[in-house]
Write a protein that binds this ligand. Structure first.
Ligand SMILES: Cc1cc2nc3c(=O)[nH]c(=O)nc-3n(C[C@H](O)[C@H](O)[C@H](O)COP(=O)(O)OP(=O)(O)OC[C@H]3O[C@@H](n4cnc5c(N)ncnc54)[C@H](O)[C@@H]3O)c2cc1C
Length: 413
C-alpha cells in the first residue's frame, strides 16, 4: 500500500480541509474524549443534528453512500482522508455513530430500493437518529439465543419481549431489531430483522445510569408492538445473515481510527503537566511509555489499512476488524490510566474544575470498560480471530443442531 496521497487524493484533502476550516472550530487540547460521558441533553442532540444537516447540505455527510440518496459516492480512501481531516476539528457529540456506522450500511446492503429511499436521506441529513435493538438480558455474546418474539397477524408483526443496553434509545426515531419468528428451527435459522419506529405504542424505554452518571443506554420493553411487514429487512428466518452485516460494520466503525488521536492528546498532556517542577515529557520513563503506546497505535493503524485495502476492492469489512477493537480498546484504557497517574492525586477526581485537562482522561477511563464489551467482548473477538482469521477449530457448541425451543434454559426441573 502506498501511504502518500495521489494527486487526486491531495486535491480531495485540500477541498475537505478548506470546507472544515470555513465551517468548524479547530480542536482544542481539552476537547478529545469529552463527549464519552455526557448526558444526551436536548441541546447536545440538536447541536449534533445541526452539524449533520450542515454537512449533508454541502455534500459532506456519509460520503461513501450513493449520490442519489444524498451521499457523495466517495471511495473508501476518500473516506479515510475525510475522517483524518475531520479529526482535527471540534465536532459535536456523535449521536449518529450507530445510525451511520451500522444501520445505514445494513440498509444499503439488504434493504429494498423503497426502504432505502424512505430511510437513508433522513438518516444521512441528521433528521432521524437510529438505535440498535439486538442485546437482551440473556443474549449478548450469544446473540442468536435471543428470545424476543414476533408473530405475524395480517400485514403486521406483533412483537413482545425485552431488549437491553440499547444505546441512545431515548432520543431515537428508528431502531434496527432482531427477533425470533420461528422457535421450531435451530437458533440461527429462526430470526428475522426489522426496522421499528421507536415511538410505536407498546414501547417503553427506561434509561440505565452508568458509573460516570451518563445515561448512554437503556432497557427497552415491547408489549404487543405492531410492526408493518414492509419494515422487514430480511427474508423471514434469514435475519441472522443481515445481523452479521450490522455486526461486521459495528466492529469496523468501533475499531477504526482508535489510538492515534488519544495518544496525540497524551503527548500534549505530558508536556503540560509537571513532575518535580519539570514537564513530565522530559522524564525518560514517561517518554518510553508513551513511545510504547505509539508503536502499538501505529501497528493498529497499518492493520486497519489492510481492511481498507479490502474495502477499496469492493469486499465487505472482514473479521480482521475485530483486531482493531481488541487491541485499540485495551491500548486506550492503559494510556488513560497512565495519564491519570501522571496527574497525581487529582487523577482520581472526576471534577472538571479541579483536574488537569478538565477531567477528560477520567471520563475516558470510566467509559472504556464499556468499549471492551460493546460490539463483542474481548473473549468473543479472540474466538472470532482464532476461528475465522487463524482457522483454528471452532468453539464448542452444546446447542448445535437443536431446535431453539428444545434448548434447555433455566435450572433443571
Ligand atoms: C457501552 C455499550 C454500549 C452498548 N450498546 C448496545 C446497543 O446499542 N445495542 C445492543 O443491542 N447492545 C448494546 N450493547 C450490548 C453489548 O452488545 C453486549 O453487552 C455484549 O454483546 C456482551 O453481551 P453481555 O453483556 O450479555 O455479556 P455475556 O455475553 O453474558 O458475557 C459475559 C462474559 O462471558 C464471556 N463469554 C461469553 N461467551 C463466551 C464465549 N463463547 N467464549 C468465551 N467467553 C465468553 C464474555 O466475554 C463476558 O466476559 C452495548 C454494550 C456496552 C458496554
Amino acid at each position: 500500500m502506498d501511504f502518500n496521497d495521489t494527486p487526486e487524493e491531495a486535491a480531495f484533502r485540500t477541498e475537505a480541509r478548506t470546507w472544515l476550516e470555513a465551517n468548524a472550530q479547530p480542536l482544542g487540547p481539552d476537547d478529545e474524549g469529552r463527549n464519552m460521558g455526557e448526558l444526551l441533553t436536548p441541546e447536545i442532540v440538536s447541536t449534533a443534528q445541526a452539524w449533520q444537516k450542515k454537512k449533508a447540505e454541502a455534500g459532506w455527510a456519509c460520503i461513501t453512500w450513493p449520490k442519489e440518496l444524498g451521499g457523495r459516492s466517495a471511495t473508501p480512501m476518500e473516506n479515510v482522508i475525510w475522517n483524518e481531516e475531520q479529526s482535527n476539528f471540534k465536532l459535536p457529540n456523535d449521536i449518529f455513530s450507530i445510525g451511520i456506522g451500522m444501520c445505514g450500511p445494513t440498509l444499503l446492503t439488504h434493504g429494498t430500493q423503497e426502504q432505502q429511499e424512505r430511510w437513508i436521506p433522513r438518516l444521512l441529513s441528521g433528521e432521524d437518529v437510529w438505535c440498535q435493538l439486538f442485546s437482551e438480558p440473556n443474549a449478548g455474546s450469544d446473540l442468536a439465543g435471543l428470545r424476543m418474539t414476533a408473530v405475524k397477524e395480517g400485514d403486521e408483526w406483533v412483537v413482545n419481549g425485552q431488549k437491553i443496553w440499547t444505546s441512545g434509545a431515548q432520543i431515537c426515531e428508528w431502531g434496527i431489531l432482531v427477533v425470533r419468528t420461528d422457535p421450531t428451527v435451530v437458533k440461527h435459522a429462526g430470526l428475522s430483522y426489522f426496522v421499528v419506529n421507536m415511538k410505536s405504542p407498546g414501547i417503553e424505554i427506561r434509561p440505565i445510569t452508568q458509573i460516570n452518571k451518563a445515561q448512554g443506554f437503556n432497557e427497552v420493553f415491547f408489549s404487543d408492538v405492531r410492526i408493518p411487514d414492509d419494515q422487514r429487512i430480511s427474508e423471514i428466518g434469514n435475519g441472522w445473515s443481515v445481523a452479521l452485516t450490522t455486526l461486521m460494520n459495528e466492529r469496523q466503525s468501533i475499531g477504526s481510527g482508535m489510538g492515534i488521536g488519544a495518544l496525540e492528546d497524551l503527548v500534549q498532556f505530558a508536556s503540560e503537566i509537571e513532575i518535580d517542577g519539570e514537564p513530565a515529557i522530559d522524564d525518560s520513563q514517561v517518554r518510553e511509555q508513551i513511545a510504547d503506546y505509539i508503536v502499538k497505535a501505529r501497528g493498529l493503524k497499518n492493520t486497519s489499512l489492510r481492511t481498507l485495502t479490502a474495502l477499496s476492492k469492493g469486499l465487505p469489512p472482514g473479521p480482521e476488524a475485530s483486531m482493531g477493537k481488541l487491541v485499540g480498546a485495551v491500548l486506550q484504557q492503559e494510556a488513560s490510566s497512565f495519564a491519570m497517574d501522571l496527574a497525581g492525586t487529582s487523577g482520581a477526581l472526576l471534577d472538571e474544575e479541579a483536574t488537569p485537562a478538565s477531567a477528560a482522561w477520567q471520563e475516558r477511563y470510566l467509559a472504556l470498560p464499556g468499549l471492551r464489551i460493546a460490539g463483542g467482548t474481548d473473549e468473543v473477538l479472540r474466538n472470532i480471530i482464532a476461528e475465522r482469521v487463524m482457522g483454528l477449530p471452532s468453539d464448542a457448541r452444546a446447542d448445535k443442531g437443536i431446535a431453539f425451543r428444545d434448548i434447555p434454559s433455566g435450572p433443571p426441573s
